[in-house]
Design a protein around this ligand. Structure first.
Ligand code: MG
Length: 160
């Protein structure tokens, strides 16, 4: 019997000097990047959190602790591949992913298709199953003041 499950992921990282801005595995031309232990790819982290949530497997911080030097500066697409391998051992097959990144600047629209391609490749999914959207925070709050970048993800998963 196949069971249908969904998962929700959220993440937020601060914008800091001297770091590249990596979103969905794509290095985005920008004066500042995201601070964090790994490459701080907030978009990919939200997808990982959603996948783990769908299987009730905890969260990314529990799986890949930021106290572990093995994960320092690591590509988050690699973490995503590891999460996919983990959920596959639980009989899960991803149906689709929908992710929204909330970022004041730079404008991400031209890079969204490449982010979706990178995520789809890391997850072994067809392009029609991975949606990446961007929203402006309209200059409101901490995201509007460009203090950080946030992302939200929803996934659907078949488990059999
Ligand atoms: Mg994170």
């Amino acid at each position: 019997m196949t069971e249908f499950r969904s998962g929700l992921g959220f993440d937020l990282h601060p914008l800091v000097e001297g770091r590249p801005l990596v979103l969905g595995g794509v290095t985005v031309p920008a004066p500042r990047g995201l601070g964090g232990h790994s490459d701080a790819d907030v978009l990919t982290h939200a997808v990982c959190e959603a996948l783990l949530g769908a299987l009730a497997l905890g969260d990314l911080g529990r799986l890949f602790p930021d106290t572990d030097p093995r994960y320092k500066g690591v590509s988050s697409l690699g973490l995503l591949r590891s999460v996919m391998a983990l959920i596959a051992t639980k009989g899960a097959r991803v149906v689709n992913v929908d992710v929204t990144v909330i970022c004041q600047t730079p404008r991400l629209a031209p890079l969204l298709p490449e982010m979706a391609r990178q995520l789809a490749a890391a997850m072994g999914l067809g392009a029609d199953r991975v949606s990446v959207k961007a929203k402006s925070p309209e200059h409101l709050g901490l995201l509007g003041r460009e203090e950080g970048v946030a992302a939200l993800a929803v996934v659907s998963v078949n488990v059999s």
